[in-house]
Design a protein around this ligand. Structure first.
Ligand SMILES: Nc1ncnc2c1ncn2[C@@H]1O[C@H](COP(=O)(O)OP(=O)(O)OP(=O)(O)O)[C@@H](O)[C@H]1O
Length: 223
């Protein structure tokens, strides 16, 4: 994915002024920078959640802003995975059902979806909470369930916005170690927004956003 010259303004607030970004297949890139510098806005523009006011996001030779909404949604469901600061699991569903949900939405039948979900829960070392609801588990377990849910569909690109932000450093590192290892195993690239150097240490490369500006010197190698 390659993004160039991204701009986004909220009312009178410029969130992104000129952001360049690139990521190669299988690469883990940490997006760092001070609070309010535009990191989340950059991630949302890259993921097609927010439409930038200017600039381009190219993914596999397609310009995302030129795609019809339905096509962009299909791309998100099929190729992207998401992890947010507070897992955002569905509270009424068990952890197993939460992880199986993206597969069910993609048309996979219940049995195989739940089997694959169980494998991912084990991979993230949270198989013991499979039958519990999100309200009955710890924050660290919830984030590992959220990582399993993000990876269960085999995405090519995972967007993680402060995935360890609500955790103490020990749990944060465990989530990050498992996320980085699982992404490497499955060949997924990860865009990781964080302000914690210990979390960024799990990335292959760091880019810094300052006042809505972000330079990326590796663009020519991007996918
Ligand atoms: N939906 C929104 N409506 C209005 N202003 C917004 C919105 N989202 C972001 N902003 C503003 O845009 C700027 C960049 O915000 P953004 O959340 O991208 O920064 P950030 O680097 O991710 O911050 P943090 O590290 O604190 O999460 C900030 O000034 C913020 O207040």
């Amino acid at each position: 994915m390659v993004a160039t010259g991204l701009r986004k303004t909220y009312g009178a607030t410029p969130a992104l002024e000129s952001a360049d970004f690139s990521i190669r297949p299988g690469e883990v890139v940490a997006v760092m920078g001070p609070s309010g510098s535009g990191k989340s806005t950059l991630l949302h523009c890259l993921a097609g959640i927010v439409q930038p006011d200017g600039g381009q996001v190219r993914y596999r030779h397609q310009e995302m802003s030129a795609m019809p909404d339905a096509e962009r949604s299909a791309l998100r469901r099929g190729e992207f995975g998401f992890v947010f600061q507070f897992g955002q699991l569905v509270p009424e569903l068990t952890c197993l059902e939460n992880v199986a949900l993206p597969l069910r939405l993609n048309g996979v039948r219940r049995r195989p979806a739940q089997e694959r979900a169980a494998q991912w829960l084990a991979r993230l070392e949270v198989d013991t909470v499979a039958g519990k609801r999100p309200g009955e588990i710890s924050g660290g377990q919830g984030q590992r369930v959220a990582v399993a849910r993000a990876l269960v569909t085999g995405p090519r690109l995972v967007f993680a916005d402060e995935p360890t932000g609500a955790l103490d450093s020990l749990n944060g590192e465990r989530v990050m170690r498992l996320l980085a290892a699982a992404a490497k195993d499955s060949g997924a690239a990860v865009v990781l927004v964080t302000h914690e150097p210990r979390v960024a240490a799990y990335s292959d490369r760091e880019v810094v956003v300052r006042d809505g500006r972000c330079r990326d010197l590796e663009q020519e190698h991007a996918a």
